[in-house]
Every structure is written in C-alpha cells, then in structure tokens.
Write a protein that binds this ligand. Structure first.
Ligand SMILES: Nc1ncnc2c1ncn2[C@@H]1O[C@H](COP(=O)(O)OP(=O)(O)OP(=O)(O)O)[C@@H](O)[C@H]1O
Length: 713
C-alpha cells in the first residue's frame, strides 16, 4: 500500500477549520493499519504528487479550452442553424454543453487513477485518470475519463479477488480543489483497503456544511451495482438511515443520462422527494456531475392541478388514499357513457345525412373496447361518426368533402349534441365534485366497494356549487390526478427516482406509475422510517401500485452517516416499529451520544447549541413542530442566528427543524429536544423519532424533561 500526503499543505490546513478533507487525511495518514507510516518523506512519492498536480493543471486547461470552444459555437449557433426551430434546438444543446463543461475550482477534476496490468487484453499497460466528466486534449486523447464510462467501472468494482485487469488503483485526496495526497492499492500484489481507505474515511467524516455533495470518488461496490443497473431495470432499495440511498438514486440518474443521453433527453428523468426542503438539499448533486436537466418534484407538486385549501380529517384522508378509490373513480367516469338511443340527423343544404342508433351503438362499443383514455375515446367516437357521414357524402356526390366540411361537421350541433349525450366531456375536477356531492352517484360507483359509512366519509355536508369554488384537500388533489389520468394519459418519463418512498400511499404510487408507464423507476426508502398514516409495510405492495411488480428489492446495509453508538441507540426503537428490515452496520466508530435529563428544556437547548458551536459543521435543533417557534425565539434572544430548514445556502450554522421536515437531511451535531413530545405529536410518532435520531453525522444530544419513550429506556 502506498500513501503520499503533502506535509506542507497538511500543516497549513490543520489551522483551517473549514478545510476538512486534508485535515482528516493528514490525521489519518499515519494511523491506518495499511498505511505507510512516513509517506511524504519518500522522494519518489513527492515526485509522483507533483506529476499528478501537473496532470490536474493540464486537465483544467484542456477543460477551459473545451468550454471556450462550446461557448464560441453557442455564440454562432443561431446564425448557422437553418430555421428557428433548429436554432433553438441547437442553442439549447450548446448552452447545456457549456453548462456541463463548467469547472468548479473547489471540486477536483479527477479523484482516481487506474493502472492496467500488461496482461489486460484491452488496456494493457494503460493508465486512466477517473473524474466527473471527460476531458480531452487538443487531439482528442483522454486526460480524464468520465466516472460513468465503461472502463471506470473497474475503479469501483475491481478487487484482489477480481482485479479486472487493474494492477493499481489510486485515490486522490483534495483540499479546496488542490491535490494534496494519494493512496494506492496494488491489487496485483494482493493489497486492498476496502472501507478502511483513509480517503473514504475522510469523506465520510468530513463536517457537513450546506447542501448534499456527490459521492463519485467513493461509491462502494454494492452501491455501484445499483448505480449501473440497466435502464430497463426497475429497482427498489431498502436501506437503513444513512446507507446512501439518496446518493445512489442521484448517481443512478446521472449514470443513465450519460448512457442513454438522447433517449432520456426526450422522455426526461424525474426525481421525486418528500418535501421542498429536501429537494433544495439535494439540488446541487446532479449539476455537480454535469447533469443540468433533471426535473425534481414532490408528489404534492406533481399532482397540483388544483390549489389545496382544506384539510381532511385523518379517517377521510386515509380512505381517499385507499386504492379502492381508483376503481370508484374509474366506474364513475365510465358511468357517463350511455347507449345511443337516437339517430343522428344532419341537414346540409339540400341534403340530409343520417346515422341510425344501431350503427352509433357499434361505434360507441368499439371505442370502449379499445381501452382508450376517456377523452381520447370521446374524440375517437366523434371521428368515426364524421367518417360515417363522410362515406355517405362520398357515395352521394362522388367526391370527398373538404377538410373544412369534416371539421365543421364534427363540431355541428347534431354531432356535438350526440356526444354530449352518450360520451359527455368530463373534467377531473368535475368528476370528483359530482361524486362527492351526490350520494346516488357515489353509491352507483362505490356500492360494493365502500361501506355506507365510508361513503358518508367522502360526501360533503355542504358541497360548493362548482368545482372551482370547492376547497380541495391534498388527498383530493391525488384523486383529481387519478381522474385526469383516466381522461388523458400523462407523458411518461424515461426514468423516475422516488426517494423516501415508504411514505407513499397507494394512490400516490399510482400517480407516479402513470408518469413512468413506459420507463423504469428507482424506488428508495426504509420501511422503518414510514411516518405517513398509509406508510408501506411491504415493498411488494408499493411496487404493485407503481406498476413494477417484478422489480428486485435490494438491501443496502452499510451506514455512512450515523456513528455506531447513535445507531445502537436509535435501533432500540426498531422492535416497536413493527417492520421487517435488515439491520445495518455503521462504518463510523467515532461520534458521541449524550442523553440528558434537564429541568429547563429551552435553557438547556440554548446551552447545548452554544457548546456545539465550538465544533466544526452544521447544528440542528430538532423538536416537535409546535415547539420550533419557541426554541428559535430563545436562540435568537441568546444572540444565536438560526436558519430555516428550506434555506440550505444560509450562512447560519444552526437550523431549528420541525421533526416532520427532517427526513432525508443530516447535520453534524443534532440536538433532539423532548423526544416524548415528538412521539406524542402523531400516530406514527415512534417512527418519526427513529428518523429524528438518525440525522446525526458526528454527535447526538438528546435533552428531555419528560421520561424518554418506553422503547428507548
Ligand atoms: N460511498 C459513499 N462515500 C462517501 N459518503 C457516502 C457514501 N455513501 C453515502 N455517503 C454519505 O452518507 C450520507 C448519507 O447518505 P444518504 O443521504 O444518501 O443516505 P440515505 O440512505 O438516503 O439516508 P436516509 O435514510 O436518512 O434518507 C451522505 O452524507 C452521503 O454523502
């Protein structure tokens, strides 16, 4: 094993509180079991470090040249394109290319190197630097290979047992974009660091500041297998807190975009997260990997056809998220289609055209059999009716009617009136408004599916007069989206990544299924963290509602965030959570756990925050939602600036976070104020507490005046 560090920059860095990569690397360098104890004294290593820095400088210059070329093309693109559409398309492509080639001086251009052995049939004796994107020199020779390129796979997967032709794998340590160290594994000599790599350790232990970062430099083999799964493959990842599910999902999106760029650009990639705070936390990861065109949304935003202005009581909300409602809506909608009883008669100048009721019944039956969405079916019937009239005109006049005639006839009063009678236009909002206002209509659609009590839960006591005047709830919005999907199918994304998926209701799963019908999904979650009333208990159910019943459920079991002592404490809750999840093992042996009974909670919290400020990194005070304002005010009174959870770029190091918004986030130092209140605030309060206790990267302090919830004691 070889390790080199630049001693001078290590010394410099150790006085710099922010520069953590190097600091940790420096501290680790002499202590790891597989590490050369006096690395920097080896002159050969110093020369190698200098050569690597020269390669980095050369690569940066080359990237700048590539970007300048793209910018020049962008500037002239509009003039050379033949027409406005081509100009716009070209302009978009080029501006994206310019954005992709952006060079962030604080992010290393490469983080690894592969030296292939002489015996490798494809890359004998070749050396590749692996980085965030391809960089080529002026004659097109690669200076840095994209981490997603086929060759780069060996960087993540090669091992002593299966070296894949690799003789040496080198990992680089950086501080603020400056290359400061490297670490070699000579696989051909049986050397392998695995999770003891000090560069991996430094990355995991670095204090967290600001938004989430990519993990390209240290993706682990079990993660890489998921990241590089085929586009057609849908996968469900069950992983304990901090096992890298979010990281895997985002890197898989980047990988698929690289491999299937054109296809996915047309259909799109969608990332779904639990709330906007979470989305802003992860928003920087894909752009850092050069992917600037990925849509991100919460499920609520995905189905936001109507404004949400009311709240359901819990029983009604639970019922509205029940998959039986899908069938109720389907029946209610198709219940509008009637059997034609009257002929269509159309006067056209001196002619009269007529289609009998039997022929019309056949048209309607046929359109129904085709299984089209309701709205498409209505237009199909209109087109067929016009077609039948056209045939009569052609037979009588021996010439085809004009397009104008066909269009006018389709909109004529007899044809439109017929359609309104047998296949009326229905809006999704209108359908739901009628269904929840009219007991007879609801009973017709739901008679054998919902009990009388359930139907009563859905019916409004005082219906608004119109759909527009209705105060819709969040669950109504999901139902309206379901109805909209029956009227007209939404476009399908090529790939959808769903994070914190354990909280999706069956009806929310269906909303996502409609948007991934022709694509694949990556479902990420942890059954133990399910806090919604309808949270999943078995991934198979969620996958069935998502339309991907055969997707594999793959566990991730190595924890990168939460220190072992904190995991052990949080895991005391697991038996009470009634879920069957594989246990996870923490990679982090460091970290601190402090559980304290206090007499004055607010004062103790302020004191704890003050103490935490002496350390590096972010600090979160997590409390029951209704306690947040009071704690924030107390901190402000004490002269401590606090940020809100949705402001990830905020300068303040302290964030006061309501327990219901902390899912998916992480902070170096977490202070949990009164766990019993968090548990008492909602039916799945213990699950919520499990989420809260697993947010800490380095230190967890639990302050309580009331007794701790039973499972924790
Ligand atoms: N291979 C890795 N190398 C370095 N850091 C990693 C690796 N995998 C995950 N991490 C880090 O571990 C932390 C937790 O990752 P992530 O948020 O993806 O976990 P998660 O499973 O989604 O957690 P949760 O269940 O709480 O949502 C992040 O800081 C992430 O960058």
């Amino acid at each position: 094993m070889t390790l080199a560090t630049d001693q001078q920059s290590t010394d410099q860095q150790s006085t710099d509180q922010q520069s953590t990569d190097q600091q940790s690397a420096g501290q680790q360098s002499a202590s790891g079991p597989n590490v050369d104890p006096q690395p920097a004294q080896d002159p050969g290593l110093d020369e190698q470090l200098a050569a690597e820095r020269a390669h980095l400088d050369g690569s940066r210059t080359a990237l700048r040249r590539m970007r300048e070329r793209a910018e020049a093309l962008f500037a002239t693109g509009a003039q050379v394109a033949g027409d406005p559409f081509a100009a716009e398309t070209l302009g978009r492509t080029l501006s994206r290319r310019v954005a992709e080639l952006a060079d962030d001086p604080t992010t290393p251009l490469f983080f690894g190197r592969l030296d292939f052995g002489q015996a490798d049939p494809d890359h004998a004796g070749r050396r590749y630097h692996i980085g965030r994107r391809h960089v080529t020199d002026e004659i097109g020779e690669p200076l840095v290979l994209d981490w997603r390129a086929p060759v780069s796979r060996s960087f993540y997967r090669a091992s002593v047992r299966d070296p894949q032709g690799v003789a040496t794998r080198r990992r680089f340590g950086f501080a603020n974009g400056v290359l400061t160290s490297f670490e070699d594994e000579h696989l051909d000599r049986g050397e392998e660091l695995g999770t003891t790599s000090r560069i991996l350790t430094a990355e995991i232990e670095r204090p967290r500041v600001g938004p989430m970062r990519d993990i390209v430099a240290t993706i682990q083999p079990e993660q890489d297998e998921l990241v590089r799964a085929e586009l057609a493959e849908s996968i469900c990842v069950q992983g304990a807190p901090g096992t890298g599910k979010t990281a895997v999902g985002l890197h898989r999106a980047a990988y698929l975009l690289y491999l299937h760029r054109e296809r996915l650009r047309r259909s799109g990639v969608l990332i779904i997260g639990p709330n906007r705070a979470f989305l802003s936390y992860i928003a920087a990861v894909l752009p850092a990997l050069g992917e600037v065109e990925v849509e991100q949304s919460t499920v609520e935003d995905l189905v936001a056809r109507v404004p949400v202005r009311a709240v359901d009581d819990p029983a009604t909300a639970a019922l509205k998220h029940d998959p039986r409602l899908a069938e109720v809506l389907c029946r209610a909608l198709w219940g509008y289609v009637r059997k034609p009883e009257e002929p269509i008669v159309l006067s056209d100048g001196s002619f009269r055209w007529r289609i009998g009721a039997d022929a019309l019944r056949r048209v309607v039956d046929e359109a129904r059999r085709e299984g089209l969405p309701y709205g498409t079916g209505r237009e199909r019937v209109r087109a067929r009716v016009v077609g039948l009239l056209q045939q009569q005109v052609e037979a009588r006049r021996a010439e085809s009617p004009s397009d104008t005639w066909l269009r006018r006839t389709g909109r004529s009063r007899p044809v439109a009136g017929f359609l309104d009678e047998v296949w009326p236009a229905v809006t999704p909002e209108g359908l739901l408004h009628s269904l929840f206002s009219d007991p007879a209509l609801l009973a017709d659609a739901a008679g054998d599916l919902l009990t009388a009590e359930e139907q009563a839960l859905l019916l409004w006591a005082k219906p608004a007069r119109t759909p527009k005047a209705t105060k819709w709830t969040a669950a109504d919005a999901v139902l309206i989206d379901e109805a909209a999907g029956l009227v007209e199918r939404p476009a399908s994304f090529g790939h959808v990544v769903v994070d914190e998926a354990q909280d999706l209701s069956p009806m929310q799963c269906r909303a996502i299924a409609r948007r991934s019908e022709h694509g694949s999904i990556t479902l990420l979650g942890d059954l133990a963290q399910g806090t919604a009333p309808w949270a999943a208990r078995d991934w198979r159910d969620s996958l069935a509602h998502l339309g991907k019943p055969d997707a594999a459920v793959v566990p991730l079991t190595v924890g990168f965030r939460v220190p072992a002592a904190v995991v052990a404490f949080a895991n005391r809750l697991l038996p009470a959570l009634a879920v069957d999840v594989p246990p996870a093992e923490s990679l982090r042996r460091d970290g601190a756990l402090d559980i304290r009974t206090v007499t004055e909670l607010t004062a103790a919290t302020v004191a704890e925050v003050r103490a935490a400020l002496a350390h590096d990194g972010s600090i979160a005070v997590i409390a029951a939602d209704d306690a947040v304002d009071g704690l924030r005010a107390a901190l402000t009174d004490a002269g401590i600036t606090t940020a809100t959870v949705d402001d990830v770029e905020a300068g303040a190091r302290v964030t006061v976070v309501p327990a219901t918004l902390v899912k998916g986030l992480e902070y170096d130092h977490v202070i949990v104020a009164e766990p019993a209140a968090i548990v008492a605030a909602e039916p799945r309060g213990l699950h919520r507490l499990y989420v809260v206790l697993t947010r800490a990267v380095s230190r967890l302090a639990v302050l309580h005046r009331d007794p701790l919830p039973d499972p924790l004691t």
